[in-house]
Ligand binder design. Structure first.
Ligand code: ATP
Ligand code: MG
Length: 457
């Protein structure tokens, strides 16, 4: 249904127990081209609101049976955006104030001139149009570009959002994959808090952060006396996540021994703490995340194939930022607005923005976020300039424009090579190993070149 505008013709519902008033209003407004429906009582009117979704309701305040105010309250409940014009008799100003509180912002006292009423109707419709439009835009922003503060308008991210939408009501285990900083953590939390388990716990464990032994006791718990230091029972994270979600971050780093145990507990939905003879039933949704290629890890014998298939019921893959440059402007804006850093900065200079938009962001959204936060702190005025970025970003930008300039001034390849290598030496603090690696040349070649250039350590 197109949003009504004051210019398009609207459906107007007129409620008045006074017949003359009803007909004169109906005549006046239908002459303007609006579609009119008239009712005698509040009860009838309410039924009409539900049935024919009018754009505007014109009601008298004092009627037999259901009063205008009651009608307003009930009608607004059904359609909060319904435009309302209230007709009041002289002396009912308090009721009119009450009506305004209920969101009927337009009222007119009897007797009134037709012109005044038409003007009021026009204004009420205009406002209704604006409010509908604001709501529509807000919904659009929420549904398209904004998924619980996860930004992404690229087709790839839209697919991720659609998948999340389908998964949120299921209990299916999920594997999140993608390079570091692409938002796996954010997405897992978001999925949990949108799911039926949202009131249950979200327990995250970083599988890379703990040594094998500790990881096992953290995950599954132990009972007193299970080993020398086990002086009391300890609940494992599995049990703590009961009724909620257990997020196994960096699952690719799980030692093989823990993988075997994990698989067993997931399949049996039962946790057996170290030293216990009996398991305990748990109801846990597993979400796992990794920035490693788990298929490759399986092929290399580093990850159990059965566990891989068990975790990978559904895979949500987060694409790297460089593959979705169309998300950059929105992300930049979002990260700037949501930052809590104290700053005067309000915008980016054209050059700064160009750098942000051209960088390939190997560290993905995390790198972008850190860059923006840093710039917000360093920035001295209202405009963030290139100088507020870390040197490596500016250097990267320099190479693009610099190379164009170099070509235009007809410099030779040998010349540029020398400059490139020397710039590398300077930026790495003279680290030949690093420079050779980055330039992908062997170290001997680098030494030879440096000798030619007269480089002194
Ligand atoms: N689409 C996005 N919209 C808004 N913020 C994002 C988005 N993606 C990532 N972020 C932000 O970027 C940062 C890194 O994201 P997150 O920690 O979820 O990455 P990750 O994939 O778990 O990385 P790692 O593999 O290194 O653990 C977080 O601060 C997160 O809030
Ligand atoms: Mg993470």
């Amino acid at each position: 249904m197109p949003a009504p505008t004051s210019k398009t013709l609207s459906r107007i519902l007129i409620v008045d127990d006074d017949r003359d008033m009803r007909t004169s209003l109906a005549d006046l407004l239908s002459e303007e081209g609006h579609t009119i429906e008239v009712c005698q009582t509040g009860v009838e009117a309410l039924a009409a609101v539900e049935r024919s979704h009018p754009t505007l309701l014109i009601t008298d305040l004092v009627m037999k049976g259901m009063q205008g105010l009651e009608l307003l309250r009930a009608a607004k409940q059904r359609d909060p955006l319904l435009a309302v014009v209230v007709i009041t008799a002289f002396g009912t100003i308090e009721t009119a104030v009450e009506a305004m509180r209920l969101g009927a912002f337009y009222y007119i006292t009897k007797p009134f001139k037709s012109g005044d009423l038409l003007l009021l109707v026009e204004r009420a419709l205009e406002e209704k149009y604006l409010r509908t439009e604001v709501q529509r835009l807000r919904r659009e922003v929420e549904s398209h570009y904004h998924f619980d503060r996860i930004i992404g308008k690229s087709a790839a991210m839209q697919q991720v959002f659609a998948l999340i939408d389908r998964l949120k009501d299921s209990q299916i285990d999920v594997l999140l994959t993608g390079e570091s900083g692409t938002g796996k953590d954010l997405l897992a939390r978001s999925l949990h808090y949108q799911s039926a388990r949202k009131d249950g716990p979200f327990v995250a464990v970083n599988c890379a952060a703990l040594p094998e032994q500790l990881l096992e006791s953290e995950l599954f718990g132990y009972i007193r006396g299970a080993f020398t230091d086990a002086r009391a029972d300890k609940k494992g994270l599995f049990v703590e996540a009961h009724g909620g979600t257990l997020f196994l971050d960096e699952v690719g780093e799980l030692p093989l021994s823990v993988q075997a145990k994990l698989l067993r507990e997931i399949e049996e939905k039962e946790v057996r703490p170290l030293g216990a003879t009996k398991g305990e039933k748990v109801d846990v949704r597993i979400m796992a995340a990794t920035n490693r290629d788990l298929r490759q890890a399986v092929a290399d014998g580093k990850f159990r194939e059965d566990l891989f298939y068990r975790l990978n019921v559904v895979e949500i893959h987060l694409p790297p930022l460089r593959e979705r440059p169309e998300d950059l402007p929105l992300l930049i804006q979002h990260l700037m607005e949501s930052s809590t850093q104290p700053t005067q900065a309000k915008r980016f200079s054209a050059e700064a923005l160009r750098i942000l938009l051209n960088h390939p962001w190997p560290g993905n959204v995390r790198e972008l976020k850190n860059t923006i936060e840093r710039a917000l702190v360093l920035c001295q005025g209202e405009e963030i300039s290139a100088a507020d970025f870390p040197p490596y970003l500016i250097a990267a930008k320099g190479s693009v424009t610099g190379l164009r300039a170099a070509f235009l001034s007809q410099r030779s390849l040998t010349d540029i090579e020398r400059e490139y290598i020397l710039a590398g030496m300077e930026l790495t603090g003279g680290n030949k190993k690093e420079v050779a690696e980055i330039l992908r040349i062997d170290r001997k070649t680098l030494y030879r070149r440096l000798e030619e250039y007269g480089w002194k350590d």
